[in-house]
Design a protein. Structure first.
Length: 335
């Protein structure tokens, strides 16, 4: 056989193989496109990586209700607490890439995971953010027995009794934890962190006097403050909260560097098709335009966001850089 004949034979074989490959891929591509256009046609699971009763849980249930009504399919909230939210985050990253398992994310999942140097997944590459759902300041709250009525008095008390004041959090790396770390750094206030598996348990101990402080989200605090079981010393936002008009901001209290918010997201596994993520983004933004939904968030001290996927990615990158510095400066780590 001549060289020319051999080349012609190879070209025919290559062409046949390519054609067969295209034929075999066609049904798969068609099935994938059909699944995306038919989404959702069954129940969706919304994983909350913290215990029930916290602000993330509250937002998840508000969203699940509206999203379920929009889709005509159940949206089930699944609480999976632990490891600063990363048990839930890993579960979503490992779920089938079909858009039926979503995550109610937080700064702990997207911006402060540097406190865990040995995570068994990478949130930056294993998760994709659909949108930033809401943003909120935190409230510095104390047990009524703590002899401080504002941030300046709290700082003086902490310095007079180094590490005697304990602050609870929803877990290492959670927004509740990181707000406390930020306060420690900007105020040079030696206080001790006590992590819990969720805010609900920490709040119970705070009311009981087992710990003295928390830097908590507004939604889970309002009933305690209204009942006089806790007292508010400051809020960390740029302006006062309408639901707590008499509580000064950290900046008003003399700590302008202690201005920060936490935020929540809706996220999915990184391999979920963009078409599904885009649909979710559009539908969640539509829900957040509802005056009823916005009012439900605002009454809890939250500001609706609902940005585009690109805007969400830029926002999270900026926030991660900020909190990475807090983690480095505070030598915050979990072995």
């Amino acid at each position: 056989m001549t060289i020319t004949a051999r080349l012609q034979g190879r070209r025919r074989a290559l062409g046949l193989g390519l054609a067969l490959g295209l034929l075999s891929a066609a049904p798969f591509a068609a099935a994938t496109a059909a699944a995306e256009s038919d989404y959702p046609n069954r129940a969706i699971k919304l994983v909350v990586p913290f215990t029930a009763g916290g602000s993330s849980d509250l937002q998840a249930r508000l969203l699940a209700d509206r999203l379920g009504k929009l889709y005509g399919q159940p949206v089930v909230v699944d609480n999976r607490p632990g490891a600063g939210g990363h048990i839930g985050g890993k579960a979503v990253a490992d779920a089938p890439a079909d858009g039926y398992t979503l995550l109610l994310g937080s700064i702990g999942l997207h911006a402060t995971y540097g406190v865990f140097p040995k995570l068994n997944y990478n949130p930056a590459t294993d998760l994709k953010v659909v949108t930033v759902l809401a943003e909120m300041p935190h409230v510095v709250v104390a047990n009524p027995g703590v002899p401080a009525s504002n941030l300046r008095e709290l700082t003086a008390l902490a310095r007079s009794k180094p590490n005697a004041l304990n602050f609870g959090s929803a877990g290492v790396g959670s927004s509740v934890h990181m707000m406390g770390e930020l306060y420690k750094q900007v105020a040079d206030a030696p206080i001790t962190h006590v992590p819990y598996k969720g805010s609900a348990a920490a709040l119970s101990d705070l009311v009981a006097g087992q710990i003295q402080l928390m830097f908590e989200n507004p939604p889970t605090l309002l009933s305690y403050l209204q009942a006089g079981k806790l007292k508010a010393l400051a809020v960390t936002g740029k302006t006062r909260l309408p639901v707590l008009p008499n509580v000064p901001t950290a900046a008003e209290s003399g700590y302008p560097a202690f201005v920060a918010t936490s935020w929540t997201t809706v996220a999915a596994g990184a391999k979920v098709p963009d078409a599904i993520l885009d649909k979710l983004n559009a539908d969640i933004r539509r829900i957040e335009q509802s005056p009823e939904f916005r009012k439900s968030l605002e009454e809890q001290g939250m500001t609706p966001v609902a940005n585009s996927r690109e805007e969400a990615a830029r926002f999270i990158a900026t926030e991660k850089a900020r909190w990475d510095k807090v983690i480095r400066d505070g030598h915050v780590t979990v072995e």
